[in-house]
Design a binder for this molecule. Structure first.
Ligand code: HEC
Ligand code: HEC
Length: 371
């Protein structure tokens, strides 16, 4: 039980590459080819979210916590997530039912009203318009953010400029592998990180936490997560999708293969730079937003979403510190941000196109050694 508590704390306070892996590893042990389990098959006391794929369950909890601006313990007592001792948990069940009904009766079942739509990061939603301007700042910012939707270039032009900016499609296609070493920073703490990648979709990220390595691995159609010397947990479909996208975008020659369609949405100011927002549309997956710098052509940001039964969880990755190595520019710094936290990876050393032993991309059968 203690393990579970420590684990959960890590999960919640460090929203790492390992989103919810550990918790499910304890209960689910899904094998890659088994039929995905539903939440009630994995957890003990599910009354509302029955039939929801188990791998969407913890993301749904994270969505709820972020929407209300609270931690898990707002509704749960320690080490007993199945217990219904807290009134807030009971209220949350009522709220979920209410929300599903609102959407069904008014929005043809589309997820238009979510916990966040009302709560906006607060336990109790504001229900009376404010006389204090500060309270409406968020809405105001959204309104005044400069945004243009006309006179935009074609998606092909933006992508071509991007490939040109990073060294040209031919040079990019020549990069077969990358080994990067650097530092991952969460808040005031830093940890060593290593990224091993091979085109088109293999990537192993290892973070050396004091309690042991945390590994996120993707090898084509297979993905896994392991924390602090524990046996690896198979990624669920949405975790796998996200990890695969990150791995594929690391070798951007494949942009055209990743997205069925690229659609230019708008021109927007991003951190003082004019950027084109391009929607990347994929088969059976949620669209991804790609922000390209109008001037340099470089990719500044990617925003992707994970489906949960109560709303979509956003993940935003900002790319910076582009450096040229082997004739190809690649970001040496990226920041991954989610509603419950963020971390930054700064690369210090990189090697490219050197062979990486096949077995380094294999899913570990035993837990990785602690470092
Ligand atoms: C606003 C209230 C609320 C918050 C905050 C919340 N939960 Fe929940 N949680 C619930 C409700 C309600 C259920 C039961 C869902 C159902 O009956 O379908 C639940 C169920 C669970 C279960 C299933 C337990 C079992 O075996 O039945 C787990 C695990 C869980 N939550 C984890 C978390 C984690 C981790 C967090 C923080 C990221 C969190 N919850 C935050 C309301 C909340
Ligand atoms: C249509 C608007 C609306 C939506 C959607 C909504 N809520 Fe609420 N919620 C409210 C209001 C209003 C209150 C405050 C009621 C009061 O003051 O007693 C509230 C109160 C709560 C409380 C009690 C807070 C406390 O401090 O006691 C919880 C927990 C809660 N909501 C969870 C959720 C969750 C989880 C979702 C999404 C599944 C959600 N709500 C969606 C309007 C909404």
């Amino acid at each position: 039980m203690r393990v579970k508590k420590v684990l959960l704390r890590t999960l919640v306070s460090i929203p790492l590459l390992v989103c919810a892996g550990g918790l499910q590893a304890q209960t689910a042990q899904n094998s890659a080819h088994a039929i995905p389990k539903t939440s009630e098959q994995v957890y003990k006391n599910i009354q509302v979210l029955k039939g929801v794929p188990a791998d969407q369950f913890i993301p749904a909890m994270q969505f709820i916590a972020a929407s209300l601006g609270v931690q898990c313990d707002f509704c749960h007592i320690e080490n007993a997530f199945d217990k219904d001792d807290k009134e807030t948990k009971q209220t949350a069940r009522k709220m979920m039912r209410m929300m599903f009904t609102i959407n069904k009766d008014n929005f043809e079942g589309h997820q238009e009203v979510t916990c966040f739509a009302c709560h906006r990061g607060a336990r109790k939603p504001l229900i009376i318009p404010s006389v204090n301007q500060d309270d409406v700042k968020v809405a105001e910012e959204e309104k005044t953010r400069p945004e243009e939707t006309t006179g935009l270039p074609a998606a092909e032009q933006i992508v071509a400029k991007y490939l040109q900016a990073i060294g040209g499609a031919e040079a990019v296609a020549k990069i077969s592998t990358r080994i990067q070493k650097g530092t991952l920073t969460v808040g005031a703490k830093s940890f060593p990180v290593e990224v091993l990648a091979q085109a088109p979709a293999r990537r192993i990220t290892t973070v050396g936490f004091p309690g042991g390595d945390s590994v996120t691995g993707i090898n084509g159609a297979e993905g896994w997560l392991s924390t602090a010397g524990r046996a690896p947990h198979e990624m669920g479909p949405s975790e796998l999708d996200a990890a695969k996208l990150d791995a594929e975008l690391f070798f951007p020659t494949y942009l055209k293969q990743i997205f069925r369609e690229l659609r230019v949405q708008k021109r927007e100011l991003l951190n003082g730079k004019q950027a084109y927002v391009v929607l990347g549309i994929r088969e059976r997956q949620l669209p991804v937003e790609l922000y390209f710098d109008e001037e340099s052509g470089l990719l500044l940001r990617m925003q992707r979403y994970t489906e949960t039964p109560v709303g979509r969880n956003p993940t935003q990755i900002e790319f910076a510190d582009y450096r040229s190595e082997g004739g190809v520019k690649t970001p040496f710094r990226w920041t991954v941000a989610r509603p419950n936290g963020r971390f930054t990876i700064q690369i210090e050393q990189m090697q490219q196109s050197i062979p990486i032993e096949e077995n380094r991309f294999a899913k570990p059968t035993v837990a990785p050694p602690s470092s």
